[in-house]
Design a protein around this ligand. Structure first.
Ligand SMILES: N[C@@H](CCC(=O)N[C@@H](CS)C(=O)NCC(=O)O)C(=O)O
Length: 208
């Protein structure tokens, strides 16, 4: 479907969950207004924002009168509504289920591993850094193995799975998780960065 309403993405520029949604908008060639939410001053816990997302988290998408939170839900919505060729959220049941498998990994192992390690290093959130780093490497071993066999996570073309996993994997070094041992993952990141419409997330100062 062609875009008719104004799309707004409420985001934080260094949030990987926000970037995931921003990347999807851009890959689909959609025009979107990016609205920065001031997390440092608690704007996301104010009533006006909580009306949009009771969890008080970014990202939140407004598409005209429709409001949606949760980055993976936003990916599914954008693909369902605007990806007419069904490239990113394939109709075939087996492929779609494989994409869903990776969306679960994005909300599970990716969030508990590389994303959590980055929260500690970049935002000084008091989580167990050693545990998060261990979980990140457990995940990356599986990813490395799967990506050695194909170009993208579900076959030879990109899907929502790649969009969901990209940002926190690419920015894992900011959390002290090196990608040096994972050549297939690094090649996959390069392939995503070469897609028409790719937009990067700003890098934070922390990197090792
Ligand atoms: N499940 C949510 C997680 C979103 C999330 O963790 N957002 C973070 C920024 S990356 C946030 O808003 N944190 C502020 C808070 O939780 O108070 C999603 O996928 O959108």
């Amino acid at each position: 479907m062609a875009q008719t309403a104004t799309i707004r993405l409420h985001r934080f520029p260094l949030s990987g969950h926000s970037h995931r949604a921003e990347l999807m908008l851009s890959l689909l060639g959609l025009r979107a207004e990016l609205v920065d939410v001031d997390l440092a001053h608690g704007e996301h816990k104010q009533p006006r924002f909580l009306e949009k997302n009771g969890f008080g988290q970014v990202p939140v998408l407004d598409d005209g009168a429709f409001t949606l939170s949760d980055s993976n839900a936003i990916l599914v919505y954008l693909a369902e509504r605007y990806d007419e060729q069904e490239r990113y959220w394939p109709r075939d049941p087996a492929r779609r289920a494989q994409v869903q498998r990776w969306l679960s990994v994005a909300a599970g192992q990716l969030a508990a591993g590389p994303a959590a390690a980055r929260l500690v290093r970049v935002f000084k959130v008091p989580l167990d850094h050693a545990l998060a780093v261990r979980k990140a490497h457990d995940l990356f071993l599986v990813l490395e193995n799967e990506l050695a066999a194909r170009h993208f996570l579900v076959g030879e073309t990109p899907t929502l799975a790649d969009v969901a996993l990209y940002t926190y994997t690419a920015h894992a070094p900011e959390g002290g998780v090196s990608l040096a041992a994972y050549p297939a993952i690094r090649n996959w990141l390069t392939r995503i960065e070469a897609l028409p419409g790719f937009v990067p997330m700003a890098r934070s100062a922390e990197e090792s």
